[in-house]
Write a protein of this length. Structure first.
Lengths: 112, 115
């Protein structure tokens, strides 16, 4: 089984600043994917960014980027130029095949 | 933009009762999933479904659980005899293809409360 650990239950960031959310995982698989999902209050989860484990290059998606350290099994999310709309619960996840494994989430507050 | 929908948003039931949670996946999606999240805990995978069959299931998905696609649009999760520990948020998701290369689109969830 795979496990995902998010050690920061809550984080806050000043608007326009940068914040990094941490995630570590454990897997014995060689082929897997990593994800960050965002869940705004009372809304469904949406995919923020995805990383294929076989790719060395870190994925980026506009203001969102990851720092993928495969040997350390670390997959952090950096949000640049934070906006009020970034306030949400962020879940790190890993998958092999059709099974997804989620972390417990980090609640991000954006301070105006 | 197409969305996954779930009904009801909140279901309260008594222990031992059967519940059916309903989901309408995005119309051209072929893979369907159920997850649950007990309050304060992580989102847990329950089951994936493709071509009218379960393709993968977790240890949580025991004989008390079943899934069905009764028609061309709905995807249901049935819990036969609910227990207090079944109280959780249940999320449905769908994707165009299987494997993690395809994005899963999540519904807003159904909060199940077992009393």
């Amino acid at each position: 089984a795979q496990t995902v650990t998010q050690s920061q239950p809550e984080m806050s960031v000043q608007e326009a600043e940068t914040v990094t959310l941490s995630c570590t995982y454990d897997t014995s698989e060689s082929d897997y994917y990593l994800f960050w999902y965002k869940q705004p209050p009372s809304r469904q989860m949406i995919l923020v960014i995805r990383q294929e484990a076989y790719k060395q290059q870190n994925a980026t998606e506009n203001r969102f980027s990851v720092n993928f350290q495969k040997a350390a099994k670390s997959f952090s999310l950096k949000i640049s130029d934070s906006q009020l709309g970034d306030a949400a619960m962020y879940f790190c996840a890993t998958s092999t095949g059709n099974q997804f494994y989620f972390g417990t989430g980090t609640s991000l507050t954006v301070i105006p | 933009e197409p969305e996954v929908t779930q009904t009801p948003s909140h279901q309260v039931t008594q222990m031992g009762q059967e519940v059916i949670l309903r989901c309408v996946p995005i119309s051209n999606h072929l893979y369907f999933y159920w997850y649950r999240q007990i309050l304060g805990q992580k989102v847990e995978f329950l089951v994936s479904f493709y071509n009218n069959e379960i393709s993968e299931k977790s240890e949580i998905f025991d004989d008390q659980f079943s899934v069905e696609r009764p028609d061309g649009s709905n995807f249901t999760l049935k819990i036969r005899s609910t227990k207090l520990e079944d109280s959780a948020m249940y999320f449905c998701a769908s994707s165009v293809g299987g494997l993690a290369t395809y994005e899963q689109y999540f519904g807003p969830g159904t909060r199940l409360t077992v009393t």
